[in-house]
Design a protein around this ligand. Structure first.
Ligand SMILES: CC(C)(COP(=O)(O)OP(=O)(O)OC[C@H]1O[C@@H](n2cnc3c(N)ncnc32)[C@H](O)[C@@H]1OP(=O)(O)O)[C@@H](O)C(=O)NCCC(=O)NCCS
Length: 147
């Protein structure tokens, strides 16, 4: 089951984030307090989904819509964290979370979805490429047709 994250999920999410940071080698935020300050507005904005196995929060995705680049109206949705705990893998939860992020990008009129962490990882590519993502420099990019 996948549902929007709520404030009450914060402790479970933080435990997952600790594992995510190590496994995805994502050093963007190191301090749990900084991470909480970053994730709480994302939860409030509806930009975080959680995946449950046996009612336990076992996976999550967090995205952020980026402002249009100077001189363009193009908006991008960046998936900043996507993680399925090893105990929940192989049940298509990662695919489900990725699909939710792509739906959100379409609803918000974004022209691209970006996946920026651990993109050289075999499992991440095997997950993302069937959705149409391709590697551009060090980012997996999914172009969306608008309209
Ligand atoms: C990548 C990740 C999210 C996949 O989660 P998952 O729930 O196990 O993925 P799914 O069950 O939805 O798999 C979907 C497809 O991806 C591919 N895939 C997933 N894991 C794979 C692996 N370890 N090796 C090869 N292919 C894999 C398979 O093709 C699978 O399709 P199938 O079910 O028909 O075999 C998970 O391994 C993970 O959290 N990795 C560490 C976090 C990370 O690096 N995140 C970076 C992005 S921000």
């Amino acid at each position: 089951m996948i549902r929007p994250a709520a404030g009450a999920d914060l402790t479970s999410l933080e435990l997952l984030w600790c594992d995510y940071r190590v496994e995805a080698a994502d050093g963007r935020l190191a301090d749990p307090l900084d991470w909480r300050r970053w994730i709480m507005p994302r939860i409030a904005a509806g930009d975080v989904r959680v995946g449950l196995v046996d009612r336990m929060v076992t996976a999550y995705v967090a995205w952020q819509r980026l402002s249009a680049r100077a001189g363009t109206t193009d908006r991008q949705l960046s998936i900043l964290e996507l993680y399925v705990h090893p105990t929940g893998r192989g049940r298509r939860i990662g695919s489900g979370l990725l699909a939710r992020a792509i739906d959100a990008a379409r609803q918000r009129g974004c022209s691209e979805v970006l996946l920026e962490s651990n993109v050289r990882d075999e499992a991440v590519q095997a997950l993302a490429c069937p959705f149409g993502f391709h590697l551009r420099d060090d980012v997996l990019v999914l172009p969306l047709r608008l309209g």
